[in-house]
Design a protein around this ligand. Structure first.
Ligand code: PMP
Length: 454
């Protein structure tokens, strides 16, 4: 069943059937959506929530551990986990307790004063990721934005290099892709402030020759990359690629930033620790405070000294690095509890083992139905892609997109109690995901594929 051999008429019929079933099961979500729509841009609280396999988004009622319940009382095994924001599971008890203590009993979410939790969180991150000095934001996007400023400041160079079809949040410099006629703005980029081809360079993931060529210009302050791509399927690094990136960036005097926001799934210290990487900077966000907003960036001691002793860089007032609520007491209380007591090395071991079961099970289905697909695991995260062999870079993976097939699978699973990440065929395990949850998913996915095969 490739995009060409698959019976597209049948797929269309099945998709219509599943859409009908979705509407039948979710009248309250529909009512809430229609009631809220007049004053919400695009009918949703954040415009990306308009991307839904159904005709409207599901409304959340409650969530705990690996379960979410929608406004109609339908329960789902949640493999989406807030697209990583809830990788610790929804509202884990230790984080709830820390938030109640900070916000309720002690009081003070944000007071322009540091708390003891900040140093504790920074210490844990330094130990896990091997970069010494940390600072906090409210999102991974801002962590990336701010480290790009720091990188330009210390190197005195203007450009940033990213991988084609990577995603690092709404960071202006990152919306660039490769093209037959050279680099170009990523399609759909909304109101860019400037021509991204003037601020950025781009190469394919796994392309060391391309990287060497682009760095040779001597104008790249930093390479901002995920150690494995996770936003266009999962694309793993080929043997020697990451060591080559490190070697080339060092030789070029270019800083290397590992964005571990998603690849944190690889283990307690992300890919950086799991694969023994030596970045100058690590950025993070989403999961580390159990779903309470936070972002973080860690710098090597040497880089931290350089930036802190730069007389031109105004890091303490209006220099463009910082936000009023960044480093706030509530986020850091939540992060400390989540890192110390929920996303522990033991939890990662269990989540990774389950993800292995999931991956093996999906591979079994790919074999049984002779699908030209691949499934790729990165620690606690696993994702299948409609391509075989596995794509080697972002562009190859982008070309394997099949929106209709994806919508059908998502809706079929949703209608039978399984929630996958919209935007992905991605499944993430949290500490409370069970083998039975994985089994249920495989059973339902098997049924979806059997229906499609006819
Ligand atoms: N980095 C990576 C690798 C991401 O996948 C994302 C979001 N998907 C971000 C950064 C930005 O995270 P946020 O939207 O929470 O700022």
């Amino acid at each position: 069943m490739t995009a060409t051999t698959m019976d597209r008429t049948r797929l269309g019929q099945l998709l219509a059937r599943e859409r009908g079933e979705f509407v039948r099961r979710t009248p309250e979500s529909r009512r809430l959506h229609e009631a809220a729509a007049p004053h919400l841009l695009g009918g949703v609280p954040m415009t990306w929530m308009a991307k839904s396999a159904g005709p409207y988004p599901l409304y959340l009622d409650s969530a705990r551990g690996a379960r979410v319940t929608d406004a109609d009382g339908n329960r789902y095994v949640d493999f989406c986990l807030g697209d990583t924001g809830a990788m610790a599971g929804h509202s884990p008890a230790a984080t709830v307790e820390a938030v109640e203590r900070r916000y309720g009993r002690l009081g003070g979410a944000t007071a322009m004063m540091p708390t003891e939790d900040a140093g504790a969180v920074a210490g844990i991150l330094a130990e896990r990721f091997g970069v010494a000095e940390w600072s906090f934001s409210l999102s991974a996007t801002d962590a990336n934005r701010w480290v790009l400023r720091l990188a330009r400041a210390v190197t005195g160079r203007p450009r940033v290099l990213v991988n084609s079809f990577s995603y690092h949040g709404s960071v202006d410099e990152s919306f660039i892709v490769t093209g037959a006629d050279g680099p170009r703005a990523r399609p759909g980029n909304v109101g860019p402030a400037y021509d991204v081809t003037e601020t950025s360079r781009v190469v394919e993931f796994n392309d060391l020759a391309g990287l060497e060529r682009e760095l040779a210009a001597g104008d790249v302050a930093a390479v901002l990359m995920e150690p494995a791509l996770t936003n266009m399927g999962i694309v793993l690094p080929e043997p020697g690629y990451l060591a080559g990136v490190r070697e080339l960036t060092r030789a070029a005097g270019t800083l290397l930033i590992n964005d571990e926001t998603h690849t944190f799934s690889a283990g307690p210290g992300g890919c950086t620790a799991a694969w023994g990487l030596e970045p100058d900077v690590v950025t993070l966000g989403k999961a580390i405070a159990g779903g309470i907003p936070i972002g973080a960036y860690g710098l090597s001691a040497e880089l931290a000294d350089r930036i802190w002793s730069d007389p031109e860089a105004d890091l303490v007032d209006t220099g463009g690095v910082g936000g009023t609520l960044a480093g706030n007491a509530l986020s850091l209380a939540a992060a400390r509890a989540t890192l110390e007591r929920v996303l522990t090395p033991e939890a990662f071991a269990g989540m990774t083992a389950l993800s292995g079961e999931y991956t093996a099970g999906v591979q079994g289905l790919i074999d049984r139905f002779a699908l030209p697909w691949t499934v790729t695991q990165l620690g606690a995260r696993s994702e299948y892609r409609f391509a075989s062999p596995a794509p080697r870079n972002g562009t190859e993976s982008y070309l394997a997109t099949d929106a209709e097939l994806e919508d059908y699978l998502h809706l079929f699973l949703l209608n039978r109690g399984i929630f996958l990440t919209p935007f992905h065929n991605m499944a993430l395990m949290c500490p409370e995901t069970s083998s039975a949850d994985v089994e249920l998913h495989l059973e339902v996915l098997g049924a979806a594929l059997a229906d499609l095969a006819g």
